[in-house]
Design a protein around this ligand. Structure first.
Ligand code: ATP
Ligand code: MG
Length: 292
């Protein structure tokens, strides 16, 4: 597979029994190592799209139609057994509420070990080695006393890092993060965003980052896709989304952002906070990643 072959390429419609056409022939492509932000208002179908990629829509009685090409094969044709081997190994998922996503009855090390054994064979030492390395990668203490904790003994930010550790244990090609910071305070939000950025750079993991928050998406992502009325109406690097938004909904979103010392749209550039200082580099990488 060449660098220019998309990691993910989909064309998708989704109906729910009492809510047809939530997604309408939506088309989206992601490239290896790319971070793509997905922005859309509440109820626009962002989580529906994430569930469809993971082939979990049936649990919500959603009916997908179309194609989801991932790493060279169409996930729509895969059996549930094959999908179980894809989820957690090639496709990772991080959700919004870390404490409810973790099993409250199991210690962290047990949950990490079970996740490791779901897709790997080897000794306990091999599992332990990967778990300790992954704990360091997400900046959690790689110490026995920490690993023996239950989820209730973690802060929400620590629980979110444990969930991220679970999702990257097998170094997936694509991580889907569905509003992963909305339960966190602003400082922890910014730390988790930086963590996603580091994981993308260090391991080359592509990230589909779903959010309402245009600014945090701009700080992380090479491109931003705008979901509106069941379709992707615009997909471009942050500089274009902020500097020259094309679609009227994107224009409204950008116009609704608070103006102030940190935002300077006049120079087609985001301003000074450290977390969004790499915006030029994002646009450059995006230009290299996406064939025009
Ligand atoms: N199981 C379901 N049955 C019927 N309709 C559903 C179901 N799940 C979601 N929907 C509807 O589909 C639409 C898209 O929902 P979805 O959860 O994907 O939106 P979202 O963009 O993730 O919203 P939010 O930002 O609030 O998380 C909404 O109108 C929602 O009410
Ligand atoms: Mg959602």
């Amino acid at each position: 597979m060449t660098q220019a072959t998309p990691l993910l390429s989909l064309r998708l419609s989704v109906d729910y029994p009492d809510k047809p056409s939530v997604l309408r022939n939506l088309s989206l492509e992601m490239y290896h190592g790319e971070t793509l932000g997905l922005i859309g208002q509440s109820g626009s179908g962002k989580s529906t799209l994430a569930l469809a990629i993971l082939r979990l829509l049936h649990l919500h009685r959603g009916e997908p139609r179309g194609e989801i090409w991932f790493q060279g094969r169409n996930l729509v044709d895969r059996s549930e057994r094959e999908m179980r081997s894809v989820r957690g190994r090639e496709l990772g998922l991080v959700l919004q509420s870390p404490l409810s996503a973790l099993n409250p009855a199991l210690r962290i090390d047990t949950q990490l070990e079970e996740a490791w054994r779901a897709h790997a064979e080897g000794s306990r030492d091999a599992a332990r080695k990967t778990i300790l390395e992954t704990m360091s990668s997400v900046s959690l203490p790689a110490e026995r006393s920490f690993l023996r904790r239950y989820p209730s003994q973690l802060s929400v930010g620590q629980a979110q890092r444990v969930l991220i550790a679970l999702a990257i244990l097998h170094r997936p090609a694509l991580l889907i993060a569905d509003e992963p910071t909305s339960a966190l305070d602003v400082i922890t939000q910014s730390e988790i965003l930086q963590l996603f950025q580091r994981l993308n750079r260090e391991f080359g993991i592509a990230i589909l980052y779903i959010s309402h928050d245009l600014l945090s998406v701009a700080s992380l992502c090479h491109r931003i896709a705008i979901l509106y009325d069941g379709e992707i109406v615009e997909c471009a690097p942050p500089s274009q989304i902020f500097g020259a938004p094309q679609h009227s909904y994107t224009q409204k979103l950008v116009a609704a952002l608070p103006r102030g010392p940190f935002l300077d749209f006049h120079n087609d550039k985001l301003g000074s906070p450290a977390s969004i200082a790499d915006e030029d580099e994002c646009a450059e990488r995006s230009a290299k990643l996406s064939p025009r």
